[in-house]
Write a protein that binds this ligand. Structure first.
Ligand SMILES: [Zn+2]
Length: 300
């Protein structure tokens, strides 16, 4: 059996999947967040608890913020900053006396959807997080692509492709660059762009709902949003040629994306427009994708 752990900012969730991928137990505890050591203790305790309940030793996969640097073996880029610079993988392996597989939350989302979710059976899958930030993960034949820097899939900090005149130079991004995809496509940015154009304050999903209900300002905003997302994803398709792109995060609930964006990306993808096989799919596992994908880090 396989254990998956999702180390989040406010909670640590763990589950056990049996050989067939059926969920056997699930537990959730608050993240101590007082110190790195307390986080490690909490994860070890949760795994002990799950193994006691199923009565067997399991494989362990962990979804975590940031990435494990291939150069140093230490956590980097985590928004839970107490993890940065810490040997989390080595510490857990020593405490648990076994190999532990770890991947960041966007990668685990992609693994989950590629293993037994929306993109099951697809060879190359790009999992997109569209939420307060924009991230992504790449899965090839069920395994996350880690890469030389462990940043594969971090498309949110590429520039928006094919910018129009009114999109140059683009908004300042916290990463130090200007005009990053995240500065155009995150939920807070969609909300901000709409407010600047109309003076109205609506959340991203409310703008989408208003557009569907016939609100012309919201419809205009969503048309622009869909076109930007199509350009951004066309860049991914040209490089990776995925069989499926699965959306996750809060904006994945916007239903009109799944029909409109593939129509729009035909004009940007370098292929025969009428024969683009890449599918754009809503997620199947929702908020469980991190913990499920972590368990699936051990597909064998
Ligand atoms: Zn950026």
């Amino acid at each position: 059996m396989r254990i998956g752990i999702d180390l989040g900012g406010t909670k640590i969730e763990g589950l056990v999947l049996d050989k067939a991928g059926v969920e056997r137990f699930r537990l959730r505890i608050p993240t101590p967040a007082t110190s790195y050591e307390a986080d490690v203790e909490a994860i070890v305790g949760l795994i002990d608890d799950l193994e006691t309940r199923v009565g067997t030793r399991c494989s362990v996969g962990i979804a975590h913020p940031g990435a494990i640097s291939p150069a140093t073996g230490l956590v980097k880029n985590a928004n839970s900053t107490r993890l940065n610079g810490r040997p989390l993988k080595a510490d857990l392996e020593r405490r648990l006396d076994r190999e532990v597989r770890m991947s960041n939350d966007a990668n685990c989302f992609a693994v989950s959807e590629a293993s037994d979710g929306a993109a099951a059976g697809c060879g190359i899958v790009f999992g997109v997080i569209l939420g307060t930030g924009v991230g992504g993960g790449v899965v090839v034949d069920g395994k996350p692509l880690t890469g030389a820097q462990a940043i594969a899939g971090e498309w949110g900090h590429n520039p928006l492709p094919l910018p129009h005149d009114d999109e140059r130079p683009g908004p300042q991004c916290y990463c130090g660059q200007v005009g990053c995809i995240e500065t155009w496509l995150s939920g807070p940015r969609l909300q901000q762009q709409f407010e600047q154009r109309t003076g109205r304050m609506l959340r991203a999903t409310e703008i989408a709902d208003a557009a569907l209900a016939g609100d012309p300002q919201a419809a205009a905003q969503m048309a622009v949003y869909c076109d930007r997302l199509a350009r951004a994803l066309a860049g991914i398709i040209n490089v990776l040629d995925p069989h499926a792109i699965v959306l996750g995060g809060g904006l994945s609930k916007i239903q009109q994306l799944y029909e409109r964006v593939p129509q729009l990306w035909k004009r940007y993808v370098f292929s025969e427009p009428e024969h683009i096989a890449t599918r754009l799919l809503p997620p199947m596992h929702g908020d469980s994708s991190g913990v499920r994908g972590a368990a699936w880090l051990w597909p064998e």
